[in-house]
Design a protein. Structure first.
Length: 397
């Protein structure tokens, strides 16, 4: 593919690109310049919750472009107010800060945590092994994977990593100096790993005892990806601070930090900011995304999520030697394999289905929330074919 060579000459080589040159998207499909159609089961890494070409989102963007594209945060902007109101009404939180990205939302949450903690003489933050919070130095400071951190040392001080889903380790790592605990209720990049019920309960018990903030990273799992607005709702708990991003801007760059009454007054005039944060076009798209999902799509997530899981479990019964485990909630699903998954991903793409490989051996599925049964059937059919081919190959060799 010639464009790959051109890209290599032009851009810093940070991304491994797929060998698909996309011309346009349509619903749950992408179409390349040769007219080949691909079922998109990763949806812009969880961004394109409504697939491609949603009319309501397009209309919201165009309408706002006609009014103004940017004013700066010197001004009160109608789309920010509308989106903040929607987010707070749905979630029950007290305040919003808008950012441009997930990692900037995490950065904001770190600053909020430190400033809140200062009042109580606390500055320690605890985060978890195998997590992903983004690529800024602050986000990297919350992570332990060499792959993301190597070469960027030194990181922020007073941050401690506890073992994810380990009830004893979190007990050892938090104390009266802990200002906040950062947590993905379902680890995304880490391989679609939901937190254990007991582990979450322990964190909230410790929060009572030591008076720290719980900060939920819902950047990948939020906005009904798991069937509820936040993944933490499955655990019956309420974190103090939540970071959102990925699907929030309908494909435009937008993140948000939501906070409860404990943190509502921490940021004061001039203590935090962002030139592009809360861009009005992105916020208008965000309002459209939320209204559209509320308009019948939430039930679809639950129904199709269950259906996809059932069909995958049957595939696991059939191909138990390769498919080790099916994990996740709603339409955030990981298929853990006993081998590396890059080869399987390539073969699926040849058959017209785009999936993603994360943590080396987990096939990650984050399909558009509008996906239907027929698309699940197509994906399962192709996945079954690939698994059969691999089985036959290993028998021959
Ligand atoms: C994608 C992601 C981030 C980072 O978001 P960016 O917009 O890429 O900065 C942070 N946390 C989680 C859980 C994510 O999935």
């Amino acid at each position: 593919m010639q464009v790959l060579e051109i890209e290599r000459d032009l851009l810093f080589q940070t991304y491994r690109r797929l060998r698909i040159y996309v011309k346009y998207g349509e619903g749950v499909y992408l179409v390349d310049f040769d007219g080949r159609r691909y079922l998109d089961m990763i949806a812009g890494i969880g961004v394109n919750a409504l697939g491609y070409g949603n009319d309501r989102v397009k209309r919201a963007i165009l309408d706002q472009v006609e009014k103004y594209i940017h004013l700066s945060n010197l001004f009160v902007q109608e789309p920010q107010l509308e989106l903040a109101d929607l987010l707070l009404k749905i979630s029950g939180y007290k305040k919003v800060f808008f950012t441009n990205s997930g990692t900037e939302a995490i950065e904001t949450a770190i600053k909020l945590t430190r400033k809140w903690g200062k009042k109580f003489g606390k500055n320690e933050i605890v985060a978890f092994s195998n997590s992903f919070h983004g690529r800024t130095m602050g986000a990297l400071s919350l992570m332990d994977k060499i792959k993301y951190r190597d070469g960027y040392e030194p990181f922020l001080p007073e941050i401690y990593i506890a073992k994810y889903n380990d009830v004893e380790d979190i007990e050892k790592k938090v104390n009266h100096r802990t200002a906040g605990v950062f947590l993905e209720f379902v680890q995304g990049e880490g391989g679609i790993i939901p937190a254990d019920e007991r582990f979450v309960q322990k964190i909230f018990e410790l929060r009572e005892k030591f008076n720290f903030l719980v900060v939920a990273d819902e950047i990948q799992s939020g906005l009904w990806r798991t069937g509820t607005f936040f993944a933490f709702e499955h655990y019956g708990v309420k974190p103090d601070v939540v970071a959102l991003a990925k699907p929030l801007g309908g494909g435009l760059p937008l993140g948000a930090v939501l906070g409860n009454e404990r943190v509502a007054d921490v940021f004061t005039l001039g203590t935090h900011g962002s030139t592009f944060g809360g861009n009005p076009v992105a916020c208008s798209a965000g309002c459209a995304v939320i209204k559209e999902i509320q308009n019948g799509i939430i039930d679809n997530v639950k129904e199709i999520g269950n259906y996809l899981r059932e069909r995958l479990l049957k595939l696991k019964d059939k191909h138990g030697e390769i498919v080790k485990n099916i994990r996740g909630i709603g339409l955030m699903i990981g298929v853990e394999l006993s081998t590396e998954c890059f080869n399987i991903v390539d073969r699926l793409i040849e058959k017209g289905v785009i999936v993603n490989c994360t943590s080396n051996n987990v096939i990650r599925l984050l399909p558009p929330l509008i996906i239907e049964k027929e698309h699940v059937d197509l994906f399962i059919e192709k996945f079954d074919e690939v698994l059969n081919e691999i089985k036959q190959q290993s028998l021959r060799s």
